[in-house]
Design a protein around this ligand. Structure first.
Ligand code: TRP
Ligand code: ZN
Length: 884
């Protein structure tokens, strides 16, 4: 199933890249499918520019049944299969290699290659090939720079597998003897093996006819098991919106006659962009008001769009090698962010994305797993599907897009897609095409792709009253990361504005500017060395700078604002994102007040400003909800030299208590009641905003009047029209350790026993129990009959939510949380290395814990490292964790 190696695994290096010695122009695959065993016949049409290199194909745990070269069966001495490589003698340019292998879907718990989703009696078969799953299906040069056209024939029992799907357009189907049937698919677009997919089983469908901008008819088909098919409508709508948007925003159309999308409950990640046959974790495809929250609806829309956008950014133009992963992922996340911003609120979307970056990527960049957006080496590529490659990668594209401007970026993207269509490209190709189309050299941005760590950007301002000038001095510094002791300065675009003390934006005139834009009140300056000053002229008084507007670069801004300056930005900035950002900075300073017990200036300024905004009826309610939310515990912990997660938790609670007291119990109640009067299931922005604010207000009430909040919560739970309100209420009850929580949890469990996605929420909400006792609950839940280590969603709902989202509960000073997680990782690793390695990253940040917890965490990680038979996946994580 998986490659296990006790010895340290070899490192793959970017610098060692060599073009493939052998290519495959065309591959013909035939599958004889069944639950326990499937046979795979492959005919590879081989090409070699020179045939002095032996033919070597990747293959993992394949049982070789037959092998022939150019029509002749190959005797044993002419081939060797060991350590994942099949070596074949005598192949020449133009040769055809035929192999027949057997694989075991039902025994495949790693969910990589061909596997069974669901119970053996009723489940269905599917494949997952990215990054290196195809070698678990057949022998092949399993690397993204080998592009081939695929013809795939599926054969199986008609009654057990009525639906047979593969990527590409259908090319016939028919009956076979013995109750079997067949179906064939042809994909005319050459693709790398990681984009291959098949699905076989009992599935229902919904269909829609789509006509592209240029008039091509496309059949959109979403497939799911019978109990889920009526929850696919929203995804279908989202897909149609995404297709239309890509035509308008990027001029990109779909390129096959049919587009299949399939939902499965057994999936290692979010979704997969297989050509013409996207496969989704059901979590990101199914949605209905009764079992999905508003956040989940938005996630479905975003992930459906993400996978669809890959058809161009990833599939038509693919990656030369896995070091270039961000070429498709960073770009596609960026495209998905643009789409979601257009479909919803741009400010809210930006807030969500920056919050995610800070929660998930900054800690990665600051810890032992830090790596560049384009890593220089890896042992297990699956460990590099990270927040750095995805989210920071998207930020890099955003910076470059900002540099080129809207039209320039579109021109550059057109050039990129045209020039590299049908090819496997590199990040240099990407920057080259964008730059050339605009006559700009973007090469300096490559340094961002090569250097790990989050730059710190220090800003100080000086006002010269006599000269009426304001001098802004910017300096950058990036701390060393593992393997990269010395950092270079990077180009950092800083979008800025200056406010006067009445909260008005000032016209900007930069000294020495060639063509100042008359009257402009916002502009970008680029810091491209360690330190640089920018002088603004004609400034009437000491301004308040608003820096890094829209989060124009993924850096940590350090600026000595006085609290009242941040409060001014929080009150007056017209841009929702910047307003939120000023509030976050102010809240962090208020947190410092509470921690140090010195001063209350920031705390007062934060509470005052929010009290005023709370009573501002013109303010968007969703934005208000976000403004009322201080930075999370993970982000606040980044401010500590030695982290005591319980202390961080307590301080954040206090912060919210101060805020709730300032707004006042009465005002909170009134607002809550006004919001609770709306009980619609509508998904429009206004309805979602009301639910979001209602939840936040209820949480604030819980900070100062738990008993009263629990009364409201139980009513809200009982009367909730949909999952958003129901889960919000349940969360308040559980986190408040309310006596009513038990009954509500029992009710929820009974009501949703047959809905795995809702049951995942039932598990994860309970991991939010406050304090150390949560470990007992986690233990209890692990023995619940509904728990299984074999399902990644369930594992993440329990262990992931506990270890990541409840730092106070996970980081017990006695270390029992760490030991518990380490033991679970060991068991899980034997089943599914991709999922265990990902969960293992929950230990990230252990070096910055206070000494007692640090020692306990280290012991748990070290014990894990010493276990024999760890997968390469988890082994690499654990080793880096200890080395860093
Ligand atoms: N390429 C997928 C995406 O769109 C993610 C992915 C990579 C994946 N490897 C996977 C999904 C393994 C499932 C399993 O981001
Ligand atoms: Zn992707």
């Amino acid at each position: 199933m998986t490659t296990r190696s006790d010895a340290s695994s070899p490192l793959i290096r970017l610098d060692d890249y060599r073009a493939p010695a052998w290519r495959v122009a065309k591959v013909e695959l035939a599958f004889d499918l069944d639950i326990d065993a499937a046979e795979v016949s492959a005919r590879l049409h081989l090409h070699a520019p020179t045939d002095d290199q032996p033919l070597r194909l990747d293959g993992e745990n394949l049982e070789l049944l037959a092998i022939a070269l150019d029509g002749q069966p190959l005797p044993e001495g002419r081939w060797r299969y060991a350590d994942g490589v099949l070596e074949v003698d005598g192949a020449r340019d133009g040769s055809v290699l035929e192999t027949r292998v057997r694989v075991k879907p039902a025994a495949n718990t790693a969910l990589e290659g061909l596997y069974l989703s669901g119970p053996r009696e009723s489940g269905f078969l599917l494949t997952q090939c990215e990054a290196e799953g195809f070698r678990h299906i057949t022998f092949f040069p399993d690397r993204p720079d080998v592009l081939a056209s695929y013809t795939v024939t599926l054969r199986a029992d008609r009654e057990r597998f009525p639906v047979l799907l593969a990527g590409g357009d259908p090319d016939g189907h028919g009956e076979l003897e013995g109750g079997r049937h067949w179906a064939r698919f042809v994909d005319p677009h050459p693709k790398p093996s990681y984009l291959f997919a098949l699905v076989a089983g009992r599935l229902q469908k919904i269909e829609r006819d789509y006509v592209t901008g240029s008039g091509r008819a496309v059949k959109l088909v979403i497939w799911a098991e019978a109990d889920a098919i009526d929850r696919c409508g929203y995804a279908m709508d989202a897909l149609e919106r995404a297709m239309r948007w890509d035509e308008q925003a990027y001029g990109r159309e779909y390129d096959l006659g049919v587009f299949h999308v399939v939902a499965t409950h057994d999936f290692n990640m979010g979704a997969m962009e297989n050509k013409g046959l996207n496969i989704f974790n059901a979590k990101y495809l199914l949605a209905d008001p009764d079992s999905s929250t508003d956040e989940e609806y938005r996630a479905v829309e975003a992930v459906v769009a993400h996978e669809y956008f890959h058809n161009w950014s990833g599939n038509r133009v693919t990656c030369r090698d896995w070091f270039q992963l961000s070429l498709k992922e960073g770009l596609t996340v960026f495209r998905e962010q643009q789409f979601s911003a257009d479909m919803n609120s741009p400010a809210l979307k930006r807030i969500e994305d920056v919050a995610l970056l800070r929660r998930a990527q900054f800690p990665e960049d600051a810890g032992p797993l830090a790596h560049p957006v384009r890593p220089a080496q890896y042992s297990e590529i699956n460990n590099f599907y990270t927040a750095t490659v995805y989210e920071k990668g998207a930020e890099l594209v955003r910076m470059i897009a900002g540099h080129l401007g809207r039209e320039g970026f579109r021109r550059g993207m057109d050039r990129y897609f045209e020039r590299h269509d049908g090819h496997a490209a590199t990040l240099e190709d990407f920057l080259g095409a964008l730059g050339e189309a605009n006559g700009i050299d973007l090469a300096p941005y490559l340094a961002w792709y090569a250097q790990a760590g989050t730059p710190r950007l220090a800003a100080r301002g000086h006002y010269d009253a006599a000269r009426r000038t304001y001098t802004l001095t910017l300096a950058q510094h990036t701390a060393p990361t593992p393997g990269q002791p010395d950092k270079r300065p990077l180009p950092i675009p800083v979008k800025l504005a200056l406010f006067d003390r009445a909260g008005h934006r000032l016209p900007l005139r930069v000294a020495g500017d060639a063509a100042p834009e008359a009257g402009a009140t916002e502009r970008v300056v680029v810091l491209d060395r360690a330190e640089q000053s920018f002088v603004f002229e004609d400034v009437p008084g000491v301004p308040v700078p608003s820096l890094l507007r829209g989060f124009s670069a993924p850096v940590i801004l350090e600026c000595d604002y006085a609290p009242d300056e941040l409060a001014l930005l929080l009150r007056h900035d017209a841009d929702g994102f910047n307003r939120w950002e000023a509030g976050q900075q102010l809240a962090a300073r208020a947190y410092d007040n509470l921690r140090d017990g010195v001063g209350t200036e920031a705390l007062d300024a934060w509470c005052d400003a929010l009290e005023a905004l709370f009573n501002d009826t013109a303010l968007d309610e969703a934005l208000l909800a976000d403004l009322l939310t201080p930075p999370g515990e993970i982000e606040l912990a980044e401010r500590e030299r030695q982290v005591d997660p319980s202390h961080v938790h307590a301080l954040r609670q206090q912060l919210q208590e101060h805020l709730a007291l300032r707004i006042g119990r009465e005002s909170l109640q009134q607002r809550y009641e006004a919001l609770a009067a709306h009980t619609s299931l509508a998904l429009d922005a206004a309805a979602q905003a009301q639910r979001r604010l209602k939840r936040r207000v209820l949480e604030l009430i819980a900070r100062i009047d738990p008993w009263g909040a629990h009364q409201l919560a139980i009513l809200q739970y009982d009367n909730a029209p949909g999952m958003t309100d129901r889960l919000a209420a349940l969360g308040v009850l559980v986190r408040g350790n309310a006596p009513q929580a038990r009954a509500a949890l029992l009710h929820f469990r009974e009501r949703y026993a047959d809905n795995p996605l809702a049951m995942d929420k039932w598990f994860s909400v309970q991991t939010q129990l406050p304090g150390e006792v949560v470990l007992d609950r986690v233990r209890e839940l692990e023995n619940d009959p509904a728990f299984t280590l074999k399902n990644p969603n369930r594992v993440n709902a329990l262990f992931g939510a506990w270890a990541r989202n409840n730092p106070d509960g996970f980081h017990r000073p006695d270390g029992s949380g760490y030991q518990w997680l380490a033991e679970r990782l060991r068991l899980l690793d034997a089943l599914n290395p991709q999922v265990s390695a990902r969960l293992g990253t929950a230990f990230n940040g252990w070096q910055r814990l206070e000494p007692v917890r640090r020692a306990a965490a280290r012991a748990a990680i070290a014990s894990l490292a010493e276990s024999s038979g760890l997968s390469r996946n988890l082994g690499e994580i654990v080793q880096s964790m200890l080395r860093g």
